[in-house]
Design a protein around this ligand. Structure first.
Ligand code: RB5
Length: 157
């Protein structure tokens, strides 16, 4: 599905290290006509990233949002936490190549970014690239299905 032409409902969240970049991304998404659900945080006061990862991931997993964007210091904690929620494929993105591949190859539904590692302007470019890309299917579908199967075996236990 090409998400760039469609207006999406996108859940976004950040910890204190990702707050500023989250605000830039929110502005960009709203200007582009998407509906943004901002779950916080709303300042640079220290908070725990799993709280925001969980809220965004549960919204995407539950169908209340089509996609999620999460920002912490490195992007890694957010990805680790979000990927604990069944149905979530969260990918840490560092550049346009990984932003595009996350959707084309991995059908990622949550993008995570390192607020301490990337320029705010570039973060918006990576989000744009993620939205413009579409899942390629084919051999990638087979691989994503194998990931889903791993998850389902564990959820059933
Ligand atoms: C917070 O200091 C930092 O640990 C967090 O933002 C993130 O980088 C964790 O992965």
């Amino acid at each position: 599905m090409n998400l760039s032409n469609q207006k999406q409902r996108i859940a976004i969240g950040a910890d204190h290290a990702g707050f500023q970049i989250k605000e830039n991304i929110k502005r960009f998404l709203e200007q582009a006509g998407h509906t943004v659900e901002d779950v916080g945080t709303w300042s640079e006061e220290s908070v725990d990233y799993p709280d925001f990862a969980r809220t965004v991931a549960e919204k995407v997993s539950g169908g209340m949002a089509q996609l999620g964007v999460l920002v912490c210091g490195t992007g890694m904690g957010m990805a680790i936490a979000a990927n604990k929620v069944p149905g979530i494929r969260a990918a840490v993105v560092h550049d346009k190549v990984t932003a595009r591949a996350a959707r084309e190859h991995n059908d990622a539904n949550v993008l995570t970014l390192g607020g301490r590692l990337i320029e705010p302007g570039l973060a918006v470019e990576f989000v744009k690239e993620f939205l413009d890309a579409q899942f390629a299917g084919g051999r990638h579908q087979r691989r994503v299905d194998k990931i889903t199967e791993m998850e389902q075996v564990r959820v059933r236990k």
